[in-house]
Design a protein around this ligand. Structure first.
Ligand code: SAH
Length: 467
């Protein structure tokens, strides 16, 4: 190990930044974040440093650097673009045994500024020993995705309970078991999901139980898996997918997404083809409750967003009645995913000021849509589950005043490598599935915005034009 990583306590300690540009400003902010007393020496300073000066957060020494500036200083950051000057500062620092970092010059440094992930009080610092700050930043970005943003809150909560837990469990082994349960269970998840009070109450309750082997309570994660491309998952979705004990998923969830669920999690397919649900909704609702009651972390994985034509509401009602902790993770809904990947903006200042998400799943051919509301100028329609009702959709929209020539698109298997985009008109829309083998899932977009597809399509997909 070339360098020893340590964390410096800088509260109120005098630090000097030499330089007044953007880099100096960034380093100054890092020092301020750690509570240091920062002196900036430079004849001129940029606007961001000027602001810090005005608000009294830094002391600006408006002069050229000379060795006298080091009086009383404990740490220096040299951030000038003058190589000779940086060298001189390093030499002075060496003579006086002051810690120094010379920006972009590892040889002259006695310490390195790492890339930092700040989940205070949890701090992760990454260094490549100065070899490649870019690499350190990339690594940081990766880790950022793995560490929930409220990790700090969790650490703070633990900090508050440390002594209590120590009293309760005098043996280290016991304590460790207890904390492992807490950190990987519902208490932690509640905190991440912003349910601070519940987390606190549960932690207290589990501590009261007096045994480090907490009787685990299950929980349910209702997670939106997005329209198909696994890259469109949220960080939280991925994290929960990787810690679930059991997953219930539908037909709509792309295999590439199911593949990202923790390898040894039990997988339960609950189907849901149109009109012939493999498992009736009621049974799915009950299964979620039963599995959670067995203490399992249950992932209910849905296509798109669970609250948009996803029956998410129905599934969690029963959980709530049974006092089972749950959280809901939004996903990118098909309308959004398909629109973006087909180059069709759902709204556009010149074409559409509103967009309606509707379902075209019309039972027994009967129509229960408010056609007048659908036929409005400057409005986009995004139709879910609409391929089977296309005849009615097209006929009724035209009957209620929408132009036959209104551009319309069918986006099949949107956001996946199988994506196909059919561009047509409102009138010709019903002919598409007859002429082409349109496969589910497919999204229908109707409105003038569809014409933008010609200019804005960017994602490689098969395109069929039929007007
Ligand atoms: N909760 C989901 C929608 C479920 S309804 C969401 O928010 O996206 C199912 C309908 O969604 C399908 O019939 C289809 O119209 C649409 N859909 C879902 N994924 C799709 C995809 N990848 N491409 C096109 N349409 C999709």
């Amino acid at each position: 190990m070339e360098n020893l990583p340590i964390f410096l306590k800088l509260q109120q300690r005098p630090c000097l930044v030499v330089g007044g540009g953007g880099v100096a400003s960034r380093k100054t902010q890092h020092l301020l974040a750690a509570g240091a007393k920062v002196f900036v020496v430079s004849p001129e300073i940029d606007t961001s440093l000027e602001k810090l000066k005005q608000s009294g957060q830094i002391i600006h020494m408006q002069q050229r650097y000379d060795e006298n500036c080091l009086e009383g200083i404990e740490l220096i950051i040299a951030a000038t673009d003058d190589i000779a000057l940086n060298g001189a500062i390093a030499e002075h620092a060496g003579r006086q045994n002051i810690l120094i970092n010379v920006v972009d010059n590892p040889e002259l440094c006695t310490f390195i500024m790492p890339s930092v992930i700040d989940r205070s009080p949890v701090i992760v610092a990454i260094s490549t020993g100065g070899a490649s700050p870019v690499l350190a930043r990339l690594l940081r970005t990766r880790l950022e995705t793995l560490i929930p943003s409220s990790y700090g809150k969790l650490a703070a909560l633990i900090g508050r309970f440390r002594n209590k837990v120590k009293q309760q469990f005098p043996e280290m082994q016991q304590r460790r078991r207890f904390w492992e349960h807490i950190l990987q269970g519902p208490v932690a998840e509640m905190l991440y999901a912003g349910q601070d009070k519940n987390a606190l109450a549960l932690l207290e309750k589990q501590l009261e139980q007096g045994s480090p082997d907490i009787e685990s309570i299950g929980e349910v994660y209702l997670v939106g898996g997005g329209p198909g491309d696994p890259d469109l998952l949220t960080f939280r979705a991925l994290r929960l997918m990787q810690q679930a004990d059991v997953v219930l998923y539908d037909r709509l969830v792309a295999p590439a997404i199911v593949a990202l669920v923790r390898k040894d999690a039990e997988r339960i397919y609950v189907g849901k083809a149109r009109d012939k649900h493999a498992l009736p909704q009621k049974e799915i609702n009950q299964l979620l409750v039963d599995l959670a009651k067995q203490g399992k972390r249950v992932l209910r994985l849905k296509g798109g967003d669970p609250f948009i034509f996803g029956r998410g509401g129905e599934e969690i009602e029963l959980l709530s009645e049974n006092n089972i902790p749950f959280q809901i993770v939004p996903g990118i809904t098909a309308a959004s995913g398909c629109a973006s990947y087909a180059g069709i903006p759902l709204t556009h200042r010149d074409y559409a000021q509103s967009c309606l998400f509707i379902t075209g799943h019309l039972k027994d051919g009967s129509t229960n849509l408010n056609w007048t509301a659908l036929v409005q100028p400057q409005q986009t329609l995004a139709v879910y589950m609409g391929t089977h009702g296309l005849e009615i959709l097209s006929r009724e929209l035209i009957k209620h005043g929408m132009a036959e020539t209104t551009p319309a698109a069918i986006v099949q298997q949107g956001t996946t490598s199988e994506q196909r985009v059919y561009i047509t008109t409102l009138k010709a829309l019903p002919t598409i599935p007859k002429q082409h083998n349109v496969k589910p899932p497919s999204m229908i977009i109707i409105g003038d915005v569809v014409s933008l597809h010609e200019k804005l399509a960017w994602f490689k997909s098969t395109k069929v034009i039929e007007k």
